[in-house]
Write a protein of this length. Sequence first.
Length: 201
Amino acid sequence: MPALQNLSEKTRARREELLDGLRRLFLAEGFSEFSVSDMAERLRCSKSTLYLVAPSKEQIVVAAVRSYFKRAAERIEARVAESREPQRLAVYLEAVASELEPASERFYADLAAFAPANEVYQENTLVAARRVRELVAEGVAAGVLRPVDAAFVGSAVARVMTGIQDGTIKAATGLDDAEAYRHLADLVMASLTREPADPRG
């Protein structure tokens, strides 16, 4: 497949259409059971057309997963940009949950089992954790969140996010990723927007 920058505008648009179809298909049904022929049949295109996305099934999967997280991140940041303090952090975490919600259990299982795709999820989890740290620091600086150590909160949230991503949280609680992010949002916002209880009574 030619480098993306060398594709014509029409071919790029067709590739984006294919990625959109693959995202919907994979989120609903996972990807491990699909051959390239199966994907082409479901998208009603030829195998040669599908190879506009990438030259092998493994690379097609990674391209679709990467595209899913890229589009999700863009929508999440658009929602944050429209929000105001002190809700920006809550909006961010809720937006993450909303973007993860359409994904089926089969998709998450396939993501966990296929290392190259799971690495994409892990990369995005780390980016999200850094973004939480930034939003906490912004809220503290603006005086709308309690004066906590943003680095500590960011690190703690990163641990939970990693637990969500690697399945540890689901194994312990039964919560899917979207549900877990909503509980995380509730926990973080409750702790950052309320005065802590005095341990001395």
